[in-house]
Ligand binder design. Structure first.
Ligand SMILES: Cc1cc2nc3c(=O)[nH]c(=O)nc-3n(C[C@H](O)[C@H](O)[C@H](O)COP(=O)(O)OP(=O)(O)OC[C@H]3O[C@@H](n4cnc5c(N)ncnc54)[C@H](O)[C@@H]3O)c2cc1C
Length: 404
């Protein structure tokens, strides 16, 4: 998003291709972001405004995917599939009359399956664009038709189909970001097995006022206040059997999430089990601030296992307390696994763009001429670095156009 906005502001025509129905990436789902702990929409809204004012140059396509890339620097042909929204965006006023009449409930992907949405829904309360979208697979179609009947602007079209579009462009920026590592692959941590073991992105949604519990940090098993929470660092990271690399932000994100808990329940206790806490540069102050809180207990040691207490669904975290020189068994209400970031295109390449990758699946610099990379596509990084990287990519792309 930053790369597109910056390129647009240099006066170039830009096409921003987003596969979701909204833009903002993973950050759109966070409760707050470090180091200032402000809501992500402070920053996102400024960018949305820049997009609105730059509409002459920047064309945004949501629910869109690149099907093929051919050509070369200065003259790429990019084929794009525009998936159907089933809602005419220009007519949808986001009045919200359609959702309540929809009989279908389906897991909410924005809330990582922790609650449900209707088959026609607003992606989230702050979505940009603020337009409803219908899930064609879940919708009952003409046999139901209820949303079509109540829509006051006749915006819903259950027969909308996907469309193809071909663009000719001079440069391409790949900024496809990341997904959380699948923690169910780590068998001893109980993710997917015990309901009260969640991961760090789920914790972001749990704490968000527009999340599945409207911001109440409660246990998925029974809705009880989760006042004793263990954060397990390097869940799968720095482990040759899972993700051999460090994702750079997981320590900071757990420290941040511990503040959500401490703020909500003054009598709460956060335990952070770590190998070594990584908070470098200006983030050291952030770490120092949270470290002083007596309600945040830092335990240096690898977690060996998690057990569930049969009736209560409480959890026991077993770890080596290296500084105390003993084994500990800590009873908690909920566990948050600090899972790392996996580059999206490690699993799914962009057809026709044979990007070079390092051993972990991140894109390497020096791609085919005219192709630039940005953000977590390159390596794990925080938002500030991603934004800077996006600006750099925009400049390189603009300069490359001048050369070709
Ligand atoms: C739990 C957790 C908490 C974090 N908290 C913070 C924090 O507080 N502060 C901070 O600075 N950093 C934080 N981070 C890091 C932050 O999330 C990243 O720096 C940021 O998301 C990187 O942005 P990005 O644009 O590279 O990727 P993303 O945010 O992943 O954005 C990529 C975009 O590309 C789209 N996309 C993907 N594939 C395709 C495709 N094939 N076609 C079209 N579109 C596609 C996606 O839908 C998405 O919109 C946190 C990370 C984690 C794991």
């Amino acid at each position: 998003m930053t790369a597109a906005i910056e390129a647009q502001e240099t006066g170039h025509d830009v096409f921003l291709v987003e596969k979701e129905a909204y833009i903002g990436g993973r950050v759109a789902g966070f409760h707050r972001y470090f180091p200032k702990l402000c809501p992500p929409y402070c920053g996102l809204e400024i960018n949305f405004r820049r997009i609105r004012s730059g509409h002459r140059y920047l064309k945004l396509f949501t629910q869109a995917e690149v099907e093929n890339v051919s050509g070369r620097a200065g003259n790429f042909n990019v084929s794009i599939r525009l998936n159907p929204r089933y809602v005419h965006a220009d007519r949808c006023t986001a009045c919200g009359q359609c959702s309540p009449v929809c009989p279908v409930d389906m897991p909410s992907s924005f809330n990582y399956g922790m609650d449900t949405t209707k088959a026609i829904y607003l992606p989230h309360e702050m979505a940009f664009p603020m337009k409803y979208v219908l899930d064609g697979d879940a919708c009952l179609g003409d046999t139901c038709n209820k949303c079509v009947e109540v829509c006051p602007t006749e915006a819903i079209d259950l027969h909308m189909t996907s469309r193809k579009m071909d663009l000719t462009v001079g440069s391409i920026i790949v900024a496809t970001g990341w997904s959380p590592y699948d923690a169910s692959k780590i068998d001893f941590l109980g993710f997917g097995q015990y309901p009260n073991v969640i991961n760090n992105v789920m914790m972001e949604r749990l704490a968000s006022s527009n999340g599945p519990t409207k911001g109440d940090i409660v246990r998925p098993s029974d809705g009880k206040a989760a006042k004793r929470v263990a954060f397990v660092q390097c869940a799968g990271s720095r482990d040759v059997n899972h993700l051999p690399y460090c994702s750079a932000i997981c320590c900071l994100s757990s420290l941040k999430e511990a503040t959500y808990l401490r703020e909500q329940y003054p009598d709460s206790q956060a335990y952070i089990f770590y190998i070594d806490l990584r908070a470098t540069g200006s983030y050291t102050d952030f770490f120092r601030r949270i470290e002083k809180d007596e309600g945040v207990v830092l335990v240096k040691g690898k977690v060996a296992g998690i057990e569930q207490v049969p009736d209560s669904h409480d959890l026991i975290v077993e770890a080596d307390d290296m500084l105390g020189g003993r084994k500990v068994r800590v009873p908690v209400d909920m566990v948050v696994l600090a899972t790392g970031m996996v580059p999206n295109f490690a699993e799914k390449q962009i057809p026709g763009l044979d990007l070079k990758r390092d051993e972990y699946g991140f894109a390497l610099e020096g791609q085919p001429e005219g192709v630039y990379i940005s953000g977590v596509t390159r390596r794990p990084m925080d938002v500030v670095s991603s934004v800077r990287d996006g600006t750099g990519a925009a400049l390189k792309a603009a300069a490359g156009m001048g050369r070709s």
